[in-house]
Ligand binder design. Structure first.
Ligand SMILES: Nc1nc2c(ncn2[C@@H]2O[C@H](COP(=O)(O)OP(=O)(O)OP(=O)(O)O)[C@@H](O)[C@H]2O)c(=O)[nH]1
Ligand SMILES: [Mg+2]
Length: 672
């Protein structure tokens, strides 16, 4: 059996996502065409489809320099170009974090952020949005050599004075042994770029994969944003060791500092096993050496032996480029790829499946209720009209008067609704103020002040924990408020239903406690910066400023998501009231109109009854169609990802170079 690779499985996941998206699209179109889509359901569809279509999967490659990160990325993702795409050479090669992704709205090519931007205080996240600070180079998709040549930019360095290096963060007077060597003119080497983004319509990138290649992490001058922001946000990290070096002290430092925490899917690769091949010993003996090394890695990193993958990135790349399957198999990269896809992709899929199923179920309830409501009203009308059979004109006039009286009485609900609405919006406003960025800033500022005045990490850690618990209180308060809003709505809706014949029912309040979980994760990820070993770094104002910025931006995401969830839920409740009000008014109007017509011509009675029956049949058909469309979405969401061997663009083996080039160009045209 052909062994499935990461590439083909990611491809299969994409096929599943596309199918799900198109099913959801059908359901949305159906709801819209029949006037069943209010603002909030329409927002839900847009958001869900954007998530399904734009869902990113970030895989970061992390290691000390020269362990083979870039080579492994080449072997897994770029062998189809027929050559080494990212520069991989002995010694320090990749000098800045390199992000490979595809964004259809951006120009194909390489975007580079000059290192000098470090002198200003903008964070990478802010700079991403500023187009003009990036230096852009085109990539010619039809010319792999030109692409590879352009990509050597990520290795570029320049000479700088020690003062300049210090200002840029590459010189540390306290950590002398780690500083770059000074040449005879008193100059040192610094990277030219701070960050690189490669925008490429590669089939996998187009399907939401983001690959992060990092420069050797233990170097001075590592962007705090990389270790505080990008790495903790990655869905998976591949940590790479060299079989030629084993686990060195600096490998261990990187592992402990950045990767040993929970929450991330982590893979460990022992690379360069080809270097262990010894012409003087038997294959079995070499195998035993590899085995022993893996066991040692597992022991050193304190992870199970099965989590260590012995590989040769070089052999994998060479094997794929040459179409040599034996060499590819010997590289054992397929085992790693399989583990990546088996452990990573199902979880991504499950998350999407869960949100889709939950959302569609809620939506189905809402739409079904709306259709049932319309049917109930037409049934009432039919009953009324049937009672008119054989009745005199006076009787009809009486009924007309009654209908008029009922309609007037119904209109009294508007003042009641206005009262409920004003209570509701006041409660919501209070709840949202409690989660605003001003509120968020208070505890963060207090922590920052404490950080600036505390010389001991223990004090900083205490202030940090204090801040986290204050933030948690904010979220807990919001959770309480949303429960209060829910009880208020439930009570008011019951009363409105009884008095005015509505069928209102508030959706369950959103569970804001899951944002508390996010907060706990952030706390866990950041707390390691308060270890004794970090004291010096933590006391630097520049690091503190960056730390604060990163922290604020991550916290803001949590609070903003919680706020918008609360807001959306409240909008749904108001929309429900609006739509039922509209529907009721329409029903009253229809009822008056038909009585009016019957008063003028008694013959119209039967015609009107037939018309109502027809309407009811149509509504029933809509209910059935809704059920079958929902069923299709659910089946697709729960269905297995197709077992994709050669499902199209992924071209995992990449043996056929010209054809692949065509695919790349074709893909580009499609995207444009
Ligand atoms: N023998 C052998 N050499 C390898 C293998 N993988 C990578 N190398 C070599 O190791 C050197 C470093 O590889 P890179 O991919 O540049 O390493 P890196 O981790 O990206 O290093 P930096 O970019 O400096 O952080 C290059 O000369 C590669 O050719 C392998 O599997 N076997
Ligand atoms: Mg590299």
């Amino acid at each position: 059996m052909t062994q499935q690779t990461f590439a083909s499985q990611l491809d299969a996941l994409a096929v599943w996502r596309q199918a799900l998206d198109s099913r959801l699209g059908q359901l949305a179109r159906f709801a819209r065409e029949h006037g069943l889509l209010d603002d909030s359901s329409s927002n839900w569809f847009d958001a869900m489809r954007e998530r399904i279509g734009g869902d990113k999967l970030v895989v970061a490659f992390v290691a000390e320099f020269s362990r083979g990160k870039s080579e492994l990325i080449n072997a897994i993702f770029f062998s189809e170009s027929g050559r080494r795409m990212l520069p991989a050479t002995p010694g320090r090669t990749t000098m800045c974090p390199v992000e490979l992704a595809y964004d259809a709205d951006e120009q194909i090519g390489l975007a580079l952020l000059p290192i000098e931007t470090r002198l200003e205080s903008h964070s990478l996240a802010e700079l991403r949005r500023q187009n003009k600070v990036w230096y852009r180079l085109p990539l010619d998709l039809a010319n792999a050599d030109q692409m590879a040549q352009t990509l050597t930019e990520v290795t570029r360095t320049r000479r700088a004075t020690v003062d300049e290096a210090r200002a840029l963060g590459f010189w540390d007077d306290e950590r002398g042994q780690d500083n770059p060597p000074v040449d005879t003119d008193g100059m040192v080497e610094v990277p030219v770029w701070r960050h690189a983004r490669i925008n490429l319509p590669h089939p996998l990138l187009k399907r939401g994969l983001v690959v992060l290649d990092t420069p050797g992490l233990n170097a001075i001058g590592t962007e705090p944003e990389l270790t505080l922001g990008l790495l903790p946000a990655a869905h998976a990290t591949v940590f790479i060791l060299g079989a030629d070096t084993g686990v060195t002290k600096s490998d261990l430092t990187i592992w402990r500092e950045y990767l040993s925490g929970p929450a991330l899917a982590r893979f460990v690769a022992l690379n360069k096993i080809d270097a262990l091949v010894d012409p003087l010993s038997t294959p079995d003996a070499v195998e035993a050496v590899i085995d022993r090394q893996c066991a040692e890695v597992a022991r050193n990193l304190e992870i199970p032996r099965e989590h260590v993958f012995p590989i040769s990135a070089r052999e994998a790349l060479a094997g794929r480029v040459a179409g040599d399957l034996l060499q590819l198999r010997n590289s054992r990269v397929l085992d790693l790829e399989l583990a990546l896809s088996e452990q990573l992709l199902p979880t991504r899929r499950q998350t999407l499946e869960r949100s889709t199923v939950e959302g569609v179920r809620k939506l189905q309830d809402q739409l079904y209720r709306e259709l049932a409501d319309r049917r109930r009203q037409s049934a009432e009308q039919m009953l009324e009209l049937r009672g008119l059979r054989g009745k005199s004109g006076t009787k009809v006039q009486l009924m007309l008067d009654r209908a008029q009286a009922e309609a007037t009485e119904f209109e009294q609900c508007t003042s009641k609704l206005a009262a409920v609405r004003s209570v509701h919006s006041r409660m919501l406003k209070d709840a949202l103020v409690g989660m605003s960025s001003d509120k968020l800033r208070e505890p963060v500022d207090a922590f920052h002040t404490a950080l600036g005045s505390s010389f001991l990490p223990i004090g900083a850690k205490k202030a940090f924990t204090q801040m986290c618990s204050e933030l948690r209180v904010l979220l807990e308060q919001a959770e309480r408020s949303s429960r209060e809003i829910h009880s208020m709505l439930a009570a008011s809706f019951t009363k409105l239903n009884a008095d005015f014949g509505f069928s209102l029912s508030p959706a369950p309040a959103p569970d804001l406690m899951r944002f508390v979980d996010d907060l706990v994760t952030i706390e866990r990820n950041y707390i390691r910066y308060f270890g004794i070993g970090q004291a010096i770094r933590l006391s630097q104002p520049a690091f503190q400023a960056q730390f604060r910025r990163m922290l604020i931006s991550r916290l803001r995401v949590v609070f903003e998501s919680a706020s918008s969830e609360l807001e959306l839920w409240n909008k749904t409740a108001s929309a429900q009231v609006d739509s039922q009000l509209r529907e009721r008014r329409r029903a009253f109007k229809r009822r008056r109109e038909s009585l009016e017509r019957i008063r003028i011509a008694a013959d119209d009675l039967e015609a009107r009854l037939a018309e109502l029956q027809g309407q009811d049949d149509a509504l029933q058909a809509l209910q059935d169609r809704l059920a079958s469309l929902v069923d299709e979405v659910m089946t697709q969401a729960r269905g297995a990802v197709p077992q994709a061997v050669g499902t199209g663009e992924a071209a995992p083996s990449g043996i056929d170079l010209p054809q692949v080039k065509l695919r790349l160009v074709g893909a580009d045209k499609l995207a444009g």
